[in-house]
Design a binder for this molecule. Sequence first.
Ligand SMILES: [Zn+2]
Length: 207
Amino acid sequence: MEEKRRMINMITSKYNIFQVVKENIDLMEAIEYYGFQPIRKGRYYWLLCPFHSEKHPSFCINGNTFKCFGCGVHGDVINFVSLLFNLKPIDAVYRLVTDFGIDLPYAKKIDKIYCKAKQNYEDIKLYQAFITQRDRIYDYLCNIRDIYSRLKELITNPEDIQLDEFVETCHKQDLIEYWLDIILTGSIQEQYEVIKSVIKEVTNDGK
Ligand SMILES: [Zn+2]
């Protein structure tokens, strides 16, 4: 859930910057700014495609979208800059913001949103690393639980019940069930506490 929410936040933050840029910078304006001169033919503007070599213009500008009938590229102002300078869409956005000097308060806001989007991305990476680690611990606990179960099956003689090992096994098995339950249903914080306990237990066992 947490992960999904973060994902949505990140996408929303990005969406906002994309939206701001698209609303503030006209595709035609950008195309001209970067040195191209489209020619009007009928309803649309046409251009020798910057993305493939051709003799007759097949790059068509229709309002705020473009499509090349030669090589197939298409999109909006962000896609255009992204293709032109070989940039990731988010960096194309940043380039447009810089080149078109969207007024300062806006740019500052964009700066903030951009940083936040990056930050969230880092958070997601950290969170995923945590999940990977947690799943490893979970598998480890399942294995230990199976070993203990088999150990219990082996002890069939009632007299063996006095064995310290048997008592220890029963105790640990309960603890492991409890930990597995928390990993499956607990909050991130609770899961984290369990992971710490497991690691502590394992390290102590090694002594
Ligand atoms: Zn083309």
